[in-house]
Design a protein around this ligand. Structure first.
Ligand code: HXC
Length: 510
């Protein structure tokens, strides 16, 4: 028995070393942790149960028959995050650059199947160069199996991808089909084809960072939902995110005991909106003052900052927050903001997370750049997503709700359940000046008449009361009471149930 146990020890020690000490040192020298060190940080201490540590590839071409490494470039298993079960896989860059072989794919497939069967989130840590080139179509087939399972699990269990090294090919396409992608600044890159191929095909000279670093994907392309300073911060933030998410689409949002009084008043909110309607203010102040303990996990914080999306808790339960940000482009809806909002609303709806919408929007952004870029289609995504949502929807209009953007931003008409407005709300087709310029065009040469028309329009329409008279606004509330009112509305809506007509699936404008 002794020598049998010794053999197990030897094999396990070998497997734990992955590509060997030299490659581990190289990994550390780049400021990156190894796959196993990452899992240790992500999961509760001692909770990781590994599978398939002894799996090896079966390739023989290009000298591969002489290169067998236990685990084959990916560490897989399950563990817990603050006591809640998650399935994990971590690519090991020290083994063939973390590239995916047929057997490597089978290991990931096993974890994907287990996560789906057991209805628990799956987190992938990526640091890998895509399909293992020496295996050809066997590796491509392996990716197909991973992709198909990504899609099957979409909307059933949360799927999270953390990009922690240079990633190419299938190692960017699989993350692209998951719910959230986060990156590590300066050490992680995502591209379909790297700088060398780019140079050959397009003659462009770009660095990896310029082509696919966090500065590209978390700011410009919106491929990534956020970026962190280093591996440790990124992994700890993933633990925080998991705390906000339901395990699956049936369980409902998790409840974490809150010590923050739900009746808490915030007198400072009574003066948040400036007297001058063209002066910005920070909508994040409202978000954090609304949330339990001011805790807000922002999604896509550095992309389309004119709309804010993220998770908070009210009375201990997770809610999705969607809010216009008057500090950036006056909170206008453009193509990027619409896409960002739409995807977030759909995630919340799929996973039964109630949505709180905070509105201060002057409308959709005019101009050729937006129209040529398909603003109609992108704006329609947000409209579609809200209209389709069956989760509890509570809306608070703080200031402007103009034109089509009024309809889109979770108005009563597209299905919101409880619609509040602050006394400072202005619900109208457009601002007074623009309106007067159109309907009183004949008086444009007479400033006195125009001023009178503007005043008349402001008095009639730039208030919450025209909408409240029609029941489109359920109640005009004191800003300082917003937290209590929204939480009570959500409590009332807790058992909301809506049956949508049967269909195979919708046809959201893509
Ligand atoms: C086999 C690979 C590999 C791969 C890297 N390696 N990628 N081995 N297949 N795909 C190996 C390298 O040979 C090297 O081995 C080690 O991993 C480290 O790689 P380096 O190149 O030294 O590291 P770095 O300079 O950091 O560059 C990382 C990289 C680059 C950007 C990922 O290696 C790269 O461009 N790899 C190829 C990417 C690619 O084109 N993949 C195929 C995509 S097709 P040694 O032994 O020398 O240290 C695909 C299809 C999916 O994935 C379908 C999508 C729809």
């Amino acid at each position: 028995m002794k020598h049998i146990l010794a053999e197990l020890d030897t094999r396990r020690t070998q497997a734990l070393l992955g590509g060997g000490e030299k490659r581990i040192a190289a990994q550390h020298a780049k400021g990156k942790l190894t796959a196993r060190e990452r899992l240790e940080l992500l999961l509760d201490a001692g909770s990781f149960e590994e599978f398939d540590a002894f799996v090896e590839h079966r390739a023989v071409d290009f000298g591969m028959d002489r290169t067998h490494i236990a685990g084959d470039g990916v560490v897989t298993g399950w563990g817990t995050v603050n006591g809640r079960k998650v399935f994990v896989f971590a690519k090991d860059f020290t083994v063939f650059g973390g590239s995916l072989s047929e057997t490597h794919a089978t290991k990931i497939n096993k974890i994907q199947d287990m996560a789906l069967k057991n209805r628990a989130p799956i987190i992938g840590l990526f640091d890998a160069g895509g399909a293992r080139i020496q295996e050809g179509v066997a590796a491509l087939g392996g990716y197909g199996e991973v992709f198909r399972r990504n899609v099957l699990a979409s909307g059933v269990i949360p799927q999270i991808s953390l990009i922690m090294g240079p990633c190419a090919g299938g190692d960017v396409y699989s993350p692209a089909m998951t719910d959230f992608i986060f990156m590590v600044k300066d050490t992680s890159y995502m591209f379909v084809t790297g700088p060398d191929v780019t140079k050959t095909v397009t003659n462009e000279t770009v660095t990896a960072e310029e082509l696919g670093g966090a500065s590209v994907h978390a700011v410009r392309s919106s491929v990534a939902d956020g970026a962190y300073e280093n591996d440790v911060e990124a992994l700890l933030q993933m633990r925080r995110l998991i705390d906000f998410l339901p395990a699956n689409n049936c369980e409902g949002p998790p409840e974490i005991p809150s010590f923050d009084d739900i009746e808490r008043l915030e007198p400072s909110l009574d003066t948040l909106v400036p007297d001058n309607p063209n002066k910005p203010y920070d909508m994040k102040e409202l978000v954090t003052k609304l949330a339990d303990e001011g805790d807000f996990f922002e999604i896509q914080a550095t992309f389309a900052r004119n709309i804010i999306t993220g998770f908070a808790r009210l009375a201990g339960r997770t809610v999705g927050i969607v809010a216009n940000q008057p500090m950036v482009l006056a909170g206008v809806l453009d193509s990027d903001a619409s896409r960002k909002g739409a995807r977030f609303v759909r995630f919340c709806n799929a996973f039964e997370i109630p949505i709180v919408t905070l509105v201060d929007v002057p409308g959709f952004l005019p101009g050729t750049a937006q129209e040529y870029g398909g603003l109609i289609k992108h704006g329609a995504k947000l409209l579609f997503a809200y209209s389709q949502a069956t989760v509890p929807l509570v809306t608070v209009i703080t200031r402007k709700a103009y034109g089509g953007a009024y309809d889109v931003m979770a108005s009563k008409h597209v299905g919101a359940d409880v619609n509040y407005a602050w006394p400072t709300a202005q619900i109208a087709v457009m601002g007074a000046k623009g309106a007067v310029e159109i309907i009183f065009r004949q008086d444009m040469d007479d400033p006195e008449k125009i001023a009178k028309h503007v005043k008349g329009y402001e008095d009639r329409f730039l208030s919450p009361f025209v909408a409240a008279e029609r029941g489109y606004i359920d109640e005009v509330i004191q800003p300082s009471q917003t937290r209590k009112r929204v939480a009570r509305a959500l409590a009332m809506l807790r058992n909301k149930h809506v049956e949508a007509p049967r269909k195979k699936h919708d046809n959201i404008p893509l």
